[in-house]
Write a protein that binds this ligand. Structure first.
Ligand SMILES: Cc1cc2nc3c(=O)[nH]c(=O)nc-3n(C[C@H](O)[C@H](O)[C@H](O)COP(=O)(O)OP(=O)(O)OC[C@H]3O[C@@H](n4cnc5c(N)ncnc54)[C@H](O)[C@@H]3O)c2cc1C
Ligand code: SF4
Length: 337
């Protein structure tokens, strides 16, 4: 590991002020940033440990909904009684990710800011525009089985690896941010970016900005939800394709539908226009299949990941069928007390 300065911030103000200095990274649970530093993918001059800032409460909002502290561990979030009761989609998505040990250490703010698992990004001997802007993309024309099929650019075809973020996208979460210019809120759909010609930028945070919390609106979708994650192994593997689906139903009629995809793009993939096709229609396999076609419209494979296009369509239909029937995909419970 390359030497760096370490600061443990005592206050939010101190963290923001230190974080605004060039070549600085925040350290939360450390399950991603430390790996990246060991591989010399990340080479910060200074690391600001935000682990003592508090920011770990999970509390109801006065207008309804829930605020998840940025430093609350992923496990505490997934097993929180209010999350389990009101946002089972989120519990399910978090429990589909990583391992119990990692979920105990990983934080909510760290999860949404984790970096891609593209092999070339981790391999400093290869060109990668995300790691070294302008150096090229080894995955285009390379080993790209895990890579994106939607919203890609010639500069980068990486996916966002988080499971939690796919559920947060479907739930219309809002990210609370504090920075040198004050506080602001970012709707989840605007938090992560498509790669375009700046793949080195994963999200819309500016220098020194820190996530303090993630808000969940009051809409629950307690009855009709499913997080379906398809991967190479049952656990400890990132999604090839995942689907967060929620429905609000009146009998067999769809009142609202939200579907986000993971493993297919540089950000959780959602399309409100496609969801509107389902609203007002009856629950039907044919409608779900038509919706799936629309949601993955324009998908492009790069060879080894061509299979994801068909896999995504089938996964979408299956997740919606499970959500409609109230029989969500079950995640194996591997809690460590
Ligand atoms: C073996 C393995 C398997 C995994 N499998 C999965 C999986 O299946 N699904 C999945 O979703 N994830 C998976 N993960 C990823 C894991 O969920 C993330 O590493 C974790 O959520 C990151 O959280 P952290 O608190 O440790 O972040 P850190 O490593 O501390 O930080 C990650 C990044 O976020 C930034 N950051 C942290 N907190 C904030 C904040 N509050 N504001 C702004 N920036 C911040 C840091 O500067 C850093 O750039 C896996 C990880 C490993 C090691
Ligand atoms: S896909 Fe993105 S992260 Fe992977 S090598 Fe290409 S530029 Fe780098």
């Amino acid at each position: 590991m390359i030497p760096f300065d370490y600061h443990r911030a005592a206050t939010l103000e101190e963290a923001i002020s230190l974080g605004a200095e060039p070549e600085t990274r925040f350290l939360a649970g450390g399950t991603n940033i430390i790996d990246l530093m060991k591989e010399t993918v990340e080479r910060p001059v200074r690391v600001v440990d935000i682990g003592r800032l508090g920011l770990d409460a999970i509390e109801e909002l006065p207008e309804g909904g829930l605020r998840l502290g940025a430093l609350a561990p992923n496990a505490d979030t997934a097993y929180h009684p209010l999350v389990e009761r009101d946002y089972p989609l989120l519990s399910s998505a978090i429990l589909a990710g990583a391992s119990p040990q990692l979920r105990n250490a990983a934080t909510n703010g760290g999860n949404i800011n984790q970096r891609t698992r593209c092999y070339y990004f981790y391999d400093v001997a290869t060109p990668c525009n995300k790691r070294v802007p302008g150096s090229g993309c080894s995955a285009v024309g390379g080993v790209n089985r895990n890579h994106a099929i939607l919203g890609t650019s010639e500069a980068c075809i990486a996916t966002h690896p988080s499971d939690m973020c796919v559920a947060l996208a479907a739930l219309n979460a809002v990210v609370q941010v504090s920075g040198p210019a004050g506080n602001r809120e970012i709707p989840f759909a605007e938090y992560h970016r498509l790669p375009g010609d700046e793949p080195q930028r994963d999200n819309t945070l500016t220098r020194g900005e820190l996530v303090t919390a993630i808000d969940l609106p009051a809409e629950h979708f307690r009855e009709h939800y499913s997080y379906l994650k398809l991967r190479d192994r049952l656990s400890y593997a990132f999604a090839l394709v995942s689907v967060a689906a929620v429905l609000s139903l009146d009998g067999e009629k769809v009142l609202d539908a939200r579907v986000a995809l993971g493993g297919v793009a540089h950000k959780p993939w959602r399309m409100r226009e496609a969801e509107e096709m389902l609203i007002g229609s009856p629950v039907s396999e044919r409608q779900f299949a038509a919706f799936a076609e629309r949601l993955v419209e324009g998908a492009v494979g790069r060879g080894a990941n061509d299979f994801k296009i068909e896999l995504a369509k089938r996964a979408i239909s299956r997740a919606l069928t499970q959500a409609a029937a109230g029989t969500p995909q079950s995640q194996v419970d591997k809690k460590i007390a």
